[in-house]
Design a protein around this ligand. Structure first.
Ligand SMILES: [Zn+2]
Length: 180
């Protein structure tokens, strides 16, 4: 009996053959990435992230929602508890927020589409509106502001904003790292 998971498990078998365990430690890139769950924008591919380098938080649009802010606060707490405050190179930890062009959440900017989506899914219309990435340059800027303004963001953590272009594969920095 094969399932759609079968070919992926075969790939995993290949992967496990040469795998070296990654020890629990501070993420080697000293970063957290927040981005969209879109299957065309996986930062393991687009940024070449390797195992152990950076936690990646993904949701529809890559929006800085309250749950995302809470995850970041928890990750920062965990790092301090397990590994202390010092980073190896004396620099601070950073969060990169990356939105992208052609985001599927863009349709939610249309009121008719949004109403239909709310009715079909049972998700609150305001929540759907809040996740819409119509113009990634605008939303990434407001999300960087939102994260910097949150009392839950650890003061030692910097935040930057970027847009990934699905057409070119290129990430453009819109907002250089800022601190609360
Ligand atoms: Zn998207």
């Amino acid at each position: 009996m094969t399932s759609r998971m079968t070919p992926l498990l075969e790939r995993n078998e290949q992967f496990a053959r040469t795998y070296n365990p990654v020890l629990l430690g501070v993420p080697a890139a000293q970063m957290i990435v927040v981005t969209c769950l879109d299957h065309r924008v996986d930062p393991a591919i687009t940024l070449g992230l390797k195992l152990g380098e950076a936690p990646v938080l993904r949701n529809a649009g890559g929006r800085v929602t309250q749950p995302v802010i809470e995850e970041i606060a928890y990750l920062a707490f965990l790092r301090r508890e397990l590994f202390g405050g010092q980073l190896t190179d004396g620099r601070r930890f950073e969060v990169a927020v990356i939105h992208h062009t052609q985001c599927g959440t863009g349709f939610l900017a249309d009121p008719g589409f949004r109403r239909e989506a709310a009715e079909a899914t049972g998700v609150d219309e305001a929540k759907l509106q809040a996740s819409a990435v119509d113009d990634p340059r605008t939303t990434v800027s407001s999300d960087v502001e939102r994260l910097l303004a949150s009392p839950l963001l650890p003061p030692e953590m910097g935040v930057s904003g970027h847009v990934y272009d699905v057409e070119t594969g290129r990430v453009t920095t819109l907002i250089d790292t800022r601190y609360p």
